[in-house]
Design a protein around this ligand. Structure first.
Ligand code: HMG
Ligand code: MG
Length: 300
């Protein structure tokens, strides 16, 4: 019998990854209302927005107003994406708790997504990490295109290892492994984790699956079996990277919570409140979201 962790931590990326690719602009007031609902679900971590260049990601141009407008619940970490010093200045003004830095394991996606080579990205991120830590903020790192790149296809595992090691060396406290375009399968997940777990403790790794090809929950199960206890999700299954053609929604947090609850794995998240938060954002976007749980509940 395989041993799964008894308890896992879920990191909600819906307000950032979920909305960044949406054509419709969700008003600042609705974003604030939605994040306030999410804060009361039992989720202990919410990525609320992104301090990237608003010309690149117009859907999140109101990051500062959102960060200032939400009601912060004690015990919940409010994080945001930060690509460079300019973004960090705005993130500090917004008083976010944690900065999330990001880069890709493949050269072409990195270039298209942040307009720099991988080599030129390292010094930018190093400075962001140093200044975030000096300002008393923790830093989370993302490595994207871990399981495949929309431009280059398969990605060399040595590149994933090199980026991971460099980001940890900078001082990040956790690394989230991104399946940006949802191509991973459980075998690939286990093989990669076997290598990474020789170098980093399981509690410092998180999995960030997009569900483009329907393999995300299977990949979660593979990761649980490898002892990983941190998982990203987006309520309703929203999400996708605008600079990764073919990328679609994140694994729906509500589908993940449903599965984990049934497996007696503790998340601390109230399924009813999460359902209402998913329903709220579906109504605001005025289209059917990919979450299976949401659609099943609405059909009853
Ligand atoms: P750039 O254009 O190369 O920046 O953008 P630059 O340094 O050359 O500056 C050009 C202009 O942008 C200047 O303004 C800067 O001030 C301004 P101007 O002088 O022309 O008026 N600028 C900024 N303004 C506001 N905030 C900033 C900022 N930085 C520069 N932070 C940059 C470089 C990285 C900013 C740009 O490429 C960018 O914003 N990229 C973000 C793309 C993005 O958000 N992608 C999606 C997130 S990643 C993802 O989804 C994957 C993930 O979910 C994990 C996974 O799934 O794998 C995390
Ligand atoms: Mg993502």
């Amino acid at each position: 019998m395989v041993k799964w962790p008894e308890k896992v931590t879920l990191k909600e990326v819906g307000p950032r990854d979920g909305l960044q690719n949406e054509k419709a602009f969700i008003t600042t007031e609705d974003k604030i209302n939605w994040i306030n609902q999410l804060s009361l679900t039992g989720l202990k971590y919410i990525e609320i927005s992104s301090f990237v260049n608003p010309k690149w990601i117009p859907a999140l141009a109101d990051a500062l107003e959102v960060a200032k407008g939400i009601h912060r619940v004690e015990g919940v970490t409010y994080a945001a994406l930060v690509p460079n010093q300019k973004g960090l200045e705005r993130a500090l003004e917004a008083n976010i708790d944690e900065a999330a830095i990001f880069m890709s394991a493949s050269e072409t996606h990195n270039q298209k997504n942040i307009n720099k080579s991988m080599q030129d990205t390292f010094p930018v991120l190093r400075e962001v990490v140093q200044d975030s830590l000096s300002a008393g903020k923790t830093v989370r790192g993302y490595v994207s295109t871990v399981f495949g790149c929309p431009y280059e296809g398969s990605v060399d595992v040595n590149s994933v290892l090199r980026v991971s090691e460099t980001l940890f060396d900078m001082g990040i406290s956790e690394l989230s492994l991104g399946d940006t375009i949802g191509v991973a399968n459980p075998k690939q997940v286990q093989e990669l984790l076997e290598l990474l777990l020789q170098r980093f403790p399981s509690e410092k790794l998180a999995m960030h699956f997009h569900d483009t090809r329907g393999t995300a929950l299977a990949n979660i199960l593979a990761s649980l079996e490898m002892g990983i206890t941190n998982y990203d999700g987006a309520v309703g299954g929203l999400g996708g990277c605008p600079y990764a053609p073919g990328a679609s929604g994140n694994l729906a947090t509500d589908d993940l919570v449903y599965m984990l609850a049934g497996m007696d794995i503790e998340t601390g998240v109230d399924q009813e409140k999460l359902f209402l938060a998913a329903k709220f954002i579906q109504e605001k976007l005025d289209r059917m979201l990919p979450s299976h749980n949401l659609q099943a509940r609405l059909a009853i």
